[in-house]
Design a protein around this ligand. Structure first.
Ligand SMILES: Cc1cc2nc3c(=O)[nH]c(=O)nc-3n(C[C@H](O)[C@H](O)[C@H](O)COP(=O)(O)O)c2cc1C
Length: 211
């Protein structure tokens, strides 16, 4: 690994935290790094809600647990256990001193206009929506955030699992911004133990080079 790229390899998902608080200035630097991400048309269509209230964090985790139980009832029998078994992975933020909720805002695309125009069959118009810049914007910010946190010695865990409880979490934190939705969240704090990322696929498997 090149020395210049060490900061990339420092980040890994952290699922257990010390209860040491995160100083406000560190938090601010991490959020500023997040918003330094590129975004389509520089729309910066993201919003971050930082929860430092540990009682509220515990309540959010309880809501995820309860929603997991409720949703399981709608699943086909053979998928229930695997889904409820994942709940630990959907609540890894429960003991972190800080949780950051990443909301994604609307991003007007040609796909939406094509659908509205109504002249193109819906199935055909939908193929132009696949790249989804709204998600890519917030994902770019999330990546910056997690890398910045790691560079400052903090742990994070990019999570989409708990977003099925977005409504319940939203009711706890109050209104964010019109038409914004919960895209991801991450705990933030000092890792309880050292750790590292799981292995990656070999480059040959995920890269095609055309000379
Ligand atoms: C979009 C996305 C959603 C994820 N959701 C969860 C999650 O809900 N719970 C969890 O424990 N980890 C979650 N992860 C973390 C992945 O499991 C992790 O990034 C992957 O296993 C690679 O490990 P590393 O982050 O340590 O390199 C998510 C990661 C991404 C990018």
């Amino acid at each position: 690994m090149m020395k210049e790229l060490e900061f990339i390899y420092k980040r890994h998902s952290v699922r257990r935290y010390q209860d040491t608080p995160v100083p406000a200035e560190d938090l601010r630097q991490i959020l500023a790094a997040a918003t330094q991400a590129p975004s389509g048309k520089n729309l910066q269509s993201w919003h971050f809600v930082v929860v430092k209230n540990t009682a509220l964090i515990a309540k959010m985790a309880a809501a995820v647990r309860e929603k997991n139980r409720q949703l399981a009832e709608y699943l086909p029998e053979e998928e229930r256990k695997p889904f409820t078994g994942m709940v630990e992975y959907h609540t890894v933020f429960k003991q972190a001193p800080v949780v950051i909720l990443a909301y994604a805002g609307p991003y007007p695309t040609v796909a939406e206009s094509l659908l509205k125009g109504g002249r193109m069959p819906e199935q055909e118009a939908r193929q132009y929506a696949k790249a989804n810049p709204a998600i890519q914007n917030v994902a770019a910010a999330m990546e910056n955030l997690t890398l910045a946190a790691a560079a400052l010695g903090y742990g994070t865990c990019w999570m989409t699992g708990p977003t099925y409880a977005a409504e319940e979490i939203g009711a706890m934190i109050g209104p964010v911004k019109e038409s914004y939705f919960l895209a991801a969240m991450t705990p933030l704090g000092v890792p309880l133990t050292a750790g590292s990322s799981p292995q990656r696929k070999p480059l040959e498997e995920v890269v095609t080079i055309i000379e």
